[in-house]
Ligand binder design. Structure first.
Ligand code: NAP
Length: 262
């Protein structure tokens, strides 16, 4: 039965890009536990298959679709495969993301394009391809995984990333207005420091240090599953009246006037 307390996403079909590791994996597992059939998308099939195995071991349903979200043909295939398998798309979580930590002076146009094409264009293209199905259903939930970096704060060396995540904020708000008439909500989650997956590629701020943990008001970095719980709520009927928002999940970090250096 849909929307019972234990399984608020029962009967729903959710696509999670970047679902093979880190925050995306945490969201996929929490959404599957909440009753959704989950489609995880990313470039590495081995990690996607592992997440599917975990979900199936929990008694859930999962499908892995190899996808590079910066490639429109891959995005179209992801959406078509989901429709072929499940017949609908209720929830889209745009989580695939990369950072390339280099100062503005150092970063090349190619590296900038990699970041923007994955983080921003990927989010746009996945939404663009999924929305026609959501409109047909008169139901949809789009959740964009942004960051505190860009929309709210900045870090040295993160210009390309901050620009992409700041743009996701504007996109989230504008898209929420365009899609409200169809019963589709669009919200963003802005994580602060969340535990990285050992399989993570790219700019890894290796394991989060004791000094970093101590600088966060709640005394620790967040867990990917905690972001997953927030995403489950935003995808549930309990969040039906929430659209165009950004929710920070950062242990109270960015509200501090002064932070430690790490
Ligand atoms: P992660 O483990 O590296 O997750 C990123 C995922 O995106 C990977 O599974 C990766 O898989 C996938 N991905 C990257 N490029 C892709 C592409 N072109 N097409 C499809 N999938 C792609 O790192 P994470 O920290 O959990 O990050 C997840 C999201 O949260 C990102 O959007 C990130 O900006 C955001 N975020 C993270 C933190 C944090 O502290 N961890 C804080 C704020 C925001 P493949 O390489 O196999 O494709």
């Amino acid at each position: 039965m849909s929307n019972s307390i234990g399984t608020p996403l029962a009967g729903r079909v959710a696509i999670i890009t970047g679902g093979g590791s880190g925050i995306g994996r945490g969201i996929a597992i929490r959404m599957a536990r909440a009753g959704a059939s989950v489609v995880v998308a990313g470039r590495r099939m081995d990690i996607l298959d592992k997440v599917c195995d975990e979900i199936k071991a929990l008694g859930g349903q999962a499908l892995a679709v190899p996808t590079d979200v910066s490639q429109k043909a891959d995005v179209d295939k992801l959406i078509q495969t989901t429709i072929d398998q499940y017949g609908k798309i209720d929830i889209l979580v745009n989580c695939a993301g990369i950072a390339n930590v280099k100062t503005f002076v150092e970063i090349s146009d190619e590296k900038r394009d990699d970041v923007w094409n994955t983080n921003l264009k990927g989010t746009w293209d996945c939404s663009k391809a999924a929305v026609p199905y959501m409109i047909k259903q008169k139901y949809g939930r789009i959740i964009n995984i942004s960051s505190v970096t860009g929309p709210m704060v900045a870090n040295k060396g993160w210009t390309a990333y901050a620009a992409s995540k700041g743009a996701i904020s504007g996109f989230t708000r504008a898209l929420a207005l365009d899609l409200a008439q169809y019963g589709i909500t669009v919200n963003a989650i802005c994580p602060g420091w969340i535990k990285r997956d050992p399989t993570a590629k790219g700019a890894v701020i290796s394991d989060r240090s004791a000094k970093l943990n101590a600088s966060i008001p709640l005394g620790r970095v967040g867990q990917p599953e905690e972001v997953g719980d927030l995403a489950v709520f935003l995808a549930s009927d309990g969040a039906a009246y929430i659209t165009g928002t950004e929710t920070v999940i950062d242990g109270g970090n960015i509200i501090q006037e002064q932070k430690g250096d790490f």
